[in-house]
Design a protein around this ligand. Structure first.
Ligand SMILES: Cc1cc2nc3c(=O)[nH]c(=O)nc-3n(C[C@H](O)[C@H](O)[C@H](O)COP(=O)(O)O)c2cc1C
Length: 192
C-alpha cells in the first residue's frame, strides 16, 4: 500500500534562521517513523510574494504561476508538520501568508507543530495558528514538539541535538499524525 505523504514546511525565511536545523531533525525522525513518504518544503525557496490573488482562494481561480505552483505542491500532501518560530508573541508572517494563499488544498488534512523560540518555546505561535487552520478545516493534532531557548540545542555545526523530551514528543506527534491521516482519508476522498 502507498504511504501517505507528510510535508514538513520550514516556516521561517530570514537569513541565518534556525528553521532548517530544526526541520532537518524532524525530517529525519519522520523518515525513521516509517508511516509516511516525507517531503521537505522551505518557504524561503518557495518565495511567495505577499498574497496577491484577486479572488478568494476557495474558488481556486488563481491568476499567478507562483500560486498554481504552490497549490500543486500542497495538494500532494496528506498531512503536514509546520516548523515555526515565535515572533512577537505570535506566528511569523511568512507562514500565515503561505497558508492564506490556498484553501481547499488544506482541507481535512492533519497538522503537527514543531515550534521553537525563547521561554515560551513557540507555544504562543502554535496556539494562534490553531485558530487560523481551523478556518481551513485542517486538523491540528494535540501532540507537538515545543523547543524552549532553541539555540542551546544547536551544536557548532548548527545541527540540532535533541533531548529526551523532544524525542518522546516527536514520536507521539508522528503517531497521532498517522492515526489522523488514516481517519480523515474518507473526508479527503469525498470532500463535500
Ligand atoms: C522579529 C522577531 C521576533 C521575535 N519574537 C520572539 C517572541 O516573541 N518570543 C520568542 O520566544 N522569541 C522571539 N524571537 C526569537 C526567535 O524565536 C528566535 O530568534 C528564533 O531563532 C527565530 O526563528 P528563525 O531563526 O527560524 O527565524 C523573535 C525573533 C525575531 C526575529
Amino acid at each position: 500500500m502507498t504511504k501517505p505523504t507528510l510535508q514538513i514546511v520550514i516556516g521561517s525565511t530570514r537569513p541565518g534562521r534556525v528553521g532548517p536545523s530544526v526541520a532537518a531533525w524532524i525530517y529525519d525522525r519522520a523518515v525513521k517513523h516509517g508511516g509516511f513518504e516525507v517531503e521537505l518544503i522551505d518557504l524561503a525557496e518557495v518565495n511567495l510574494p505577499i498574497f496577491d490573488e484577486p479572488k478568494h482562494p476557495r474558488f481556486a481561480e488563481y491568476t499567478h504561476q507562483h500560486t498554481r505552483d504552490w497549490s500543486a505542491t500542497i495538494s500532494r500532501g496528506d498531512a503536514y508538520i509546520f516548523v515555526i518560530p515565535e515572533y512577537n508573541y505570535g506566528f511569523n508572517a511568512a507562514i500565515k501568508n503561505a497558508i492564506d494563499y490556498l484553501n481547499v488544498e488544506w482541507r481535512y488534512k492533519p497538522l503537527g507543530f514543531v515550534t521553537y523560540g525563547g521561554v515560551a518555546a513557540g507555544t504562543r505561535a502554535m496556539q494562534m495558528l490553531k485558530q487560523v487552520v481551523s478556518a481551513l478545516k485542517m486538523v491540528p493534532v494535540t501532540d507537538a514538539v515545543n523547543i524552549p531557548f532553541v539555540q542551546q540545542f544547536l551544536d557548532a555545526d548548527r545541527v540540532l541535538q535533541p533531548n529526551e523530551i523532544m524525542e518522546t514528543a516527536a514520536t507521539a506527534m508522528l503517531d497521532e499524525l498517522e492515526r489522523w491521516t488514516s481517519a480523515t482519508g474518507p473526508l479527503r476522498a469525498s470532500p463535500e
